[in-house]
Design a protein. Structure first.
Length: 747
């Protein structure tokens, strides 16, 4: 584990200590494979135990392979567990006073780290490891590492986040990190640029090392390395033994020339408040470069958007001098003053901009991508046969949103940092969009039939962009051929297969690629078998504490704040100081009328909510050592009779050898209902768990699934009515009489 003790303690400008004390990064790049270790140092300087929650970005193509935790002198390693079970194990450990650590994948490139029950004065060191393949695209190879998460527009719930996972930004925070990058193989002798940071480069004995030069930098922008060389390999293949077969990871970079027929291009540009500063200058430069690339036979339109959107023309126009002049005037006058980021509305307007019959239509989107979710619009775009080619700009782009939007529609996303050549990037991306697509490639394994392939659909092939594939073979051939038919003739690439015993993670990387193609059940099994973090699994590590260390209170939630990205909304940051602030904060909130509509759609569950409220209220006077909630208590708490009967049926269906008590079933039912009623907080559920929960989770997965089904039925429409004659106070009175007889509470 790489950790640099010289990493600075992070404090706000008001000298208030924060929980995250340092971040350290160590990257090993060998040819096109990159292995990254990110180490976070947490310290609880408060007088009570805390739970640190850190929602953060990672590379969208990264495959997480390990979680290591050190608490004092004790070390633990994360184990992949099915996501729902991981969450249950984490909460159970919290209620028992132990210290669990859980790492979850929320969405593409977005993760959440939970570090529970950090005791006062205690230090926790968490290391995350991931690997990725750096692909050759348009004659360059890029390593991109996001270090902060910008304030995103809309609601985090649209992307599946729970309230405790909502990220926060602080203008006064100054998170910093150190970095060390070791490069060997084909990229070591390339021309290396770091447009985002000032670095020190040293070369010796076929290796190259990169570190930051000068003061330790703030985590306020993406870290970027760009490799250029005319001698970079156009194809490679690596192999590893995988049980009784071989797995091969291969990459091919086809180069071809095709026709570029006339197209109708709908240019959508983000002018929201977050685009202030460098981002809007990049967008302006990009738009002008695009206009220079249009041909007279092309048609185009420009849509600018923020809280609302406006189009230059009523419909697509030919790229003639008059129209281009009007477009350049619009581009020169663009400012980031249009408020929020209603990207979906702008894309709908682009779809409605009609084109001459027979012209292929594409959308070219320039934005920082800083919205929580636009996936709901992608299906409509696909149905109308539009591709989206995105150009992400700014110092901290939302890569997950833009990459998903482009790939779903058959397009491509690229990302341009503020100090890169926008003209060159636009030229290359414009070529991707205008050239005729090719047929699917044919892979030849010296005549062998593959056992499996991943991904099964390689997607569109673009000139100069590397195509990655994993293949499983019973026998290992000497090499692989990549054959592609193009409008100007066939092309073929061949590479020999390299056997490298050092590439121990290749099997796991291939399994991660396969997970994207297979059904959920098979994907879950693969992730568990290869100990991978995935959409279906989470990493969990639990420190079992001695009774003298166990926490007896619910930990205080401590969200780890992010730096506001450099130049976000016009902010120029450095050393924790905000030197300017242009964009109003309201630009991150969604339209009020839309928010109200969403609230009106939420259902209320009267008896279910009163059931949980009763459990919470009674928790403060519950003195019984025997944990659980039996059916009699559920009946007193006005649980419908048919629901109680279903719970009894579940108990009867359990084999005698595995028979559990009704107290455990009743407790599991209460927890399931509480989770489904959005009214109750995470701490409410933790109070119920700590008060009534058994010390060990003894219910089988099958029983838990049945209880979840009953709870789901309870929040269906048929159970929304309730007889209010029995109030909570009446129920509490009945409980006192009943339970005092059973010595559950003091008489």
């Amino acid at each position: 584990m790489y950790f640099d003790n010289t990493a600075p303690n992070m404090k706000t400008t008001q000298s208030h200590s924060v929980c995250l004390q340092g971040a350290n990064v160590h990257v090993n790049i060998h040819d096109y494979l990159a292995h990254t270790c990110m180490t976070y140092n947490f310290l609880n300087e408060e007088v009570e135990n805390i739970e640190a929650v850190y929602t953060f970005p990672l590379p969208i193509d990264g495959v997480l392979t390990a979680l290591h935790v050190q608490i004092g002198e004790r070390e633990m390693h994360g184990v992949a567990v099915e996501k729902s079970q991981a969450q249950e194990d984490y909460e159970q450990a919290i209620s028992e006073g132990d210290s669990p650590i859980m790492l979850e994948r929320i969405d593409l490139g977005l993760y959440c780290l939970n570090v529970g029950n950090i005791l006062a004065g205690e230090q926790v060191v968490v290391t995350i490891e991931f690997m990725e393949v750096l692909t050759l695209k348009a004659d360059e190879v890029r390593y991109e590492l996001p270090t902060t998460l910008a304030p995103l527009y809309g609601s985090p719930t649209e992307r599946g986040l729970e309230p405790h996972q909502y990220p926060v930004n602080d203008l006064l925070i100054d998170n910093r990190m150190t970095i060390k990058i070791d490069i060997k193989g084909s990229l070591a002798d390339a021309n290396i640029l770091t447009p985002s940071h000032t670095t020190l480069l040293t070369r010796a004995e076929g290796r190259t090392c990169l570190t930051f030069s000068g003061p330790v930098p703030s985590m306020d922008r993406d870290f970027l390395i760009v490799f250029h060389s005319e001698t970079l390999p156009r194809a490679f293949a690596l192999s590893a033994k995988d049980k009784d077969c071989y797995v091969v990871l291969a990459g091919f970079t086809p180069q071809f020339v095709t026709a570029a027929p006339a197209r109708s291009i709908k240019i959508v540009v983000d002018c929201s408040g977050s685009m202030g500063g460098e981002s809007i200058l990049q967008a302006k430069d990009g738009l002008l470069r695009i206009l220079d690339r249009l041909r007279p036979e092309d048609h185009f339109n420009i849509i600018l958007f923020g809280s609302s959107s406006t189009a230059l023309f009523n419909r697509q126009q030919p790229a003639e001098e008059k129209q281009l002049k009007a477009a350049r005037i619009m581009a020169q006058s663009m400012t980031a003053d249009m408020g929020g980021t209603e990207m979906a509305d702008a894309l709908v307007k682009a779809l409605a901009s009609t084109s001459p019959e027979g012209l292929a239509e594409d959308i070219l989107l320039i934005t920082d991508g800083q919205v929580w979710n636009v996936s709901y619009i992608s299906n409509k775009i696909v149905r109308q046969k539009h591709r989206i080619f995105s150009i992400g700009v700014g110092s901290s782009m939302e890569r997950g949103v833009l990459s998903t939007l482009s790939s779903k529609t058959g397009g491509k996303a690229i990302f341009v940092s503020p100090h890169e050549d926008m003209g060159k990037k636009v030229f290359q991306h414009f070529k991707r969009m205008t050239l005729t697509s090719t047929e699917k490639p044919i892979l030849d394994f010296n005549g062998l039939t593959p056992l499996d392939l991943a991904p099964r659909n390689l997607g569109p092939i673009f000139n100069g962009d590397m195509v990655l594939t994993c293949v499983w073979l019973s026998t290992l051939p000497e090499g692989i051929s990549f054959n592609l038919k193009t409008p100007t003739g066939p092309i073929s690439l061949y590479t020999s297969i390299r056997k490298d015993k050092e590439i121990s993670e290749l099997r796991r990387f291939a399994a991660a690629m396969k997970i994207q193609d297979v059904p959920d059940t098979q994907a879950t099994s693969l992730a568990l078998d290869f100990n991978l973090l995935s959409p279906y699994t989470a990493y969990v590590a639990i420190l079992k504490r001695d009774n003298t260390e166990k926490s007896i209170i619910i930990p205080k939630l401590k969200k780890i704040p992010h730096n506001v990205p450099n130049s976000w909304g016009g902010i120029k940051s450095g050393n924790g100081q905000a030197t300017s602030f242009i964009a109003p904060m309201y630009c991150r909130a969604r339209k009020i009328d839309q928010t109200l509509n969403n609230l009106n759609k939420e259902k209320t569950y009267i008896w279910q909510e009163e059931l949980i409220s009763t459990a919470i209220n009674f928790a403060f006077i519950y003195f019984n050592d025997e944990k659980g909630i039996d059916f009699k208590i559920l009946e007193l708490w006005k649980t419908p009779k048919d629901i109680l009967e279903k719970l009894r049926n579940v108990q009867e269906s359990i084999p005698q050898a595995d028979r559990t008590t009704e107290k455990n079933l009743g407790f599991a039912f209460i927890i399931a209902i509480a989770k489904k009623c959005k009214k109750f907080s995470r701490n409410d559920i933790r109070l119920i768990r700590k008060t009534y929960g058994p010390e060990k989770a003894i219910l089988t997965k099958g029983v838990i699934t049945k209880i979840e089904e009953i709870a789901t039925e309870c929040v269906s429409d048929q159970y929304q009515s309730y007889d209010k004659k029995n109030s909570i106070l009446e129920l509490l009175g009945k409980m006192f009489k009943s339970l005092s007889k059973q010595n559950f509470i003091p008489k």
